[in-house]
Design a protein around this ligand. Structure first.
Ligand SMILES: [Mg+2]
Length: 343
């Protein structure tokens, strides 16, 4: 099954925030084979990511056997390693890898989750959590039955008053009750001192994790936080490839790892991350886990599954399962069950 054509596009996503239209711009990668199948993946990198796919990756992959997914992943990572071990090149590679996995599922006429785990229960309802960006989002999440909510607090700036964040957590906890999960995402805006002061302030409210408090490359800073924070530290949403995650795991910098399957290197990389993390007894909760790509891996590989709500503005593809009462199920469709067109 030879690769006949590779295309990458950035479909309009009305309502998406500026970073999702620019540096984090999500791209759709389509790989067509000589027997007429089309695999669909989602990667990142915007216009620059499209350039990477349609030049260097296309040159490498045209005419190759599409079933050789792991070998192709290794080759394109090796070929781009002098300029692309992190960031948008790997985001672009992720879209290609997911399109190849989609083809693998369609060729076998099986969901990708079944390829990963023959015993996976496709009907199983998996728990989700909702990421909320403001009070309106939070109200929507409360009303839709979510029992786990992550409060994105970038809007409070680089050095927020710990009492303000603690009050937000307290109000959310009061609304959800003692058994629900509450998390905080700082979007890498804080310094170490701010992170520790806020961690101390929110710890009495039983916060499941504090996500990305500082910049992703400040590994020594994360070592301090891992040792001193009373709240478990989560991160990895902006880490890349198995080598990057191996460092995070070996140094035990995060209690919860959050690889994004459309950015970190695709499913081939996420499988490696799961193996390393499970061997080290570190939890994996993929970023955007309710989108079909991450969801397949969570359902098939995760012993303690939890899927993050997808981005409501990313609606250029069909086949995205709906979240009902805070739970989600896989599609039975071959591949990832994704199709072009509005979902
Ligand atoms: Mg995050």
């Amino acid at each position: 099954m030879r690769i006949r054509e590779i295309r990458a596009t950035q479909p309009p996503t009305p309502g998406s925030p500026p970073d999702w239209r620019t540096q984090l711009g999500q791209i759709v990668v389509e790989i067509e084979t000589d027997d007429g199948l089309v695999g669909i993946g989602v990667g990142g990198g915007g216009a620059a990511g499209i350039h990477v796919v349609q030049t260097v990756l296309r040159d490498l992959l045209l005419g190759r056997d599409a079933t050789d997914v792991e070998q192709l992943h290794a080759e394109i990572c090796h070929h781009t390693s002098f300029y692309g071990r992190k960031g948008l090149v790997v985001m672009a590679i992720s879209g290609v890898d997911l399109a190849l996995w989609d083809l693998r599922g369609k060729t076998a006429n099986l969901p990708v989750a079944r390829l990963l785990n023959p015993n996976v229960d496709l009907q199983r309802e998996l728990p989700t959590y909702s990421t909320v960006f403001d009070d309106t989002d939070a109200e929507t999440a409360f009303k839709s039955g979510h029992q786990a909510i992550k409060l994105h607090v970038e809007r409070f700036g680089n050095r927020p008053d710990p009492a303000v964040i603690a009050d937000l957590v307290q109000r959310t906890r009061d609304r959800l009750g003692p058994d629900a999960s509450v998390m905080i995402d700082a979007f890498a805006r804080w310094d170490i001192d701010t992170s520790l002061r806020i961690a101390d302030a929110i710890a009495p409210h039983d916060v499941a994790w504090l996500e990305e408090p500082i910049q992703p490359d400040d590994l020594d800073g994360y070592a301090v936080l891992a040792e001193k924070s009373p709240v478990p530290i989560a991160g990895g949403e902006h880490e890349y490839l198995a080598d990057g995650f191996k460092t995070l795991i070996d140094r035990r910098l995060h209690a919860v790892l959050q690889p994004d399957i459309s950015w970190c290197g695709g499913l081939t990389t996420l499988i490696d991350i799961y193996k390393m993390a499970q061997a080290a007894n570190i939890r994996v909760v993929p970023h955007r886990g309710c989108e079909p790509y991450g969801l397949a891996a969570i359902a098939a590989l995760d012993r303690n599954p939890l899927a993050e709500s997808g981005r409501k503005w990313f609606n250029c593809l069909g086949g995205f399962p709906a979240i009902c009462d805070g739970r989600i199920s896989l599609s039975n469709e071959p591949g990832f069950g994704v199709a072009r067109g509005d979902r």
